[in-house]
Ligand binder design. Structure first.
Ligand SMILES: [Zn+2]
Length: 418
């Protein structure tokens, strides 16, 4: 077997690795969207959904013969394996020929389904299949095994490919310091990973430019939120995070509980958590006594348009909290919210003097041109507290992994050499 790193050797994002068996079986591990253009600028919103030929012309899509529906009748690939639901790993997979099946974990597939509802009529891969749980999937001569890893996307996988007496491990994105950090420790002693020929390993935090990844551990996030909520008993704590970051919503829930507050989520996040319920009993649900849900018109409409009025009504019946209630008793709540253009309206209602704002995502997002929460905080003279812990293993954990697996060759990906 052999492999080729098609993108990701010298950038964070746009991940794509090709693996070929001796019998000609070909698969791709991730078909990700680059995070920035050639001048390091932002892509326009929804760029990955532009037509295939346009993205090929712009170099956003790699020129891979036999991959795209737009320029081949005979696909040259047998499968695509997606490690997790971050755009820079799966975002271009739907441009592939519809005859090529796309495999991913149950949690990743659930997120793709949620995205189909909330991101307009976003194109999705034609054939999505579940990657078997911790068991090998034969694809031609290749045996492909998804191995659960700790990361900020739900139910992420590393991928082991075995064939022709050789073994390759592609890490996807991983870390040791999240709430499922035991998965990282499991990798170190996983018998299947002994005798690796190649380890293709994410090196995000080894990038010279690495910054904005925050506190050392997810536990620190919870403790910092407790400190902030305790110091500001009469204010709403509004945490800006990804709705799909399960560790973060658990941290928010714990911090709310520890300070006698109710956790507030939006209806989009309530739906995400409902879809991921099967992954763990620790994932907060709208049915819990200490969870409330705010409704925004656009989120509600998207669920209704997709025939989910029953779900909307069920959530509203048990958990609905009005923004006026948040404004009336801000100290009663801790919110895990979205940093979108709608949320400043809620901040206005609560009032700047009754609000502590927390940025709980990668710091790099704050440098983007479009950042309505950053702009609102600046305009209102409010500090944006930075309380975050990133999705990527720290250099010392990468060292531990390399030492434990001692593969024949290590390839660094998902990093910038600077
Ligand atoms: Zn990721």
């Amino acid at each position: 077997m052999n492999y080729e790193i098609l993108r990701g050797r010298d950038q964070i994002g746009g991940s794509c690795v090709k693996v070929t068996g001796d019998d000609g079986t070909r698969i791709l591990l991730d078909v990700g969207m680059p995070l920035y253009d050639e001048e390091h600028g932002d892509f326009p919103f929804g760029m990955h959904q532009r037509p295939t030929q346009e993205l090929l012309d712009k170099g956003v899509l790699l020129d891979i013969p036999g991959l795209y529906a737009a320029n081949t009748d005979e696909p040259a690939f047998d499968a695509i394996i997606v490690t997790h639901s971050h755009l820079d790993h799966y975002g271009l997979a739907h441009h592939a020929h519809p005859a090529i099946p796309v495999y991913a974990s149950a949690g990743t597939l659930a997120i793709l389904e949620v995205n189909r509802i909330f991101q307009g009529e976003a194109a999705q891969p034609a054939v999505l299949r579940p990657l078997p749980e911790d068991a090998p999937l034969p694809i031609g001569s290749l045996m492909v095994t998804g191995i659960p890893v700790d990361h900020s996307a739900p139910d992420s996988r590393a991928v082991l490919v075995e064939a022709d007496g050789q073994k390759l491990l592609y890490s996807g994105d991983l870390r040791a310091h999240g709430r499922t950090g035991y998965r990282f420790e499991n990798l170190l002693k996983d018998e299947r990973l002994q005798g690796l020929d190649w380890l293709i390993l994410e090196n995000t935090t080894r990038s010279p430019s690495a910054s904005g990844h925050g506190y050392a551990r997810e536990d620190d996030v919870e403790n910092e939120l407790v400190g902030l909520a305790t110091a500001n008993p009469d204010k709403l704590i509004a945490v800006m995070a990804s709705a799909q970051n399960l560790d973060r919503v658990v941290s928010c829930h714990h911090a709310a509980k520890r300070t006698g507050r109710l956790l507030v989520i939006d209806v989009y996040q309530a739906y995400v958590l409902m879809k991921l319920k099967g992954l763990s009993d620790a994932i907060p649900q709208y049915t819990w006594d200490d969870v409330r849900v705010v409704f925004t018109h656009s989120q509600r409409e998207k669920l209704v348009e997709h025939g989910l009025l029953d779900v909307v009504n069920a959530i509203a019946r048990v958990a609905h909290v009005k923004s006026g209630e948040l404004a009336a008793e801000p100290g009663r709540y801790l919110m895990d919210g979205r940093a979108n253009s709608k949320i400043p309206k809620l901040f206005e209602l609560v009032g700047r003097d009754h609000l502590e704002l927390v940025w709980s995502m990668w710091g790099g997002y704050l440098k983007r041109d479009y950042s309505p929460v950053r702009d609102w905080a600046q305009a209102n003279g409010l500090t944006l507290h930075r309380i975050h812990s990133g999705g990527h293993a720290w250099p010392e954990d990468l060292d531990r992994l390399e030492a434990a697996l001692h593969p024949g060759k290590i390839e660094a990906v998902h990093w910038e050499k600077g």
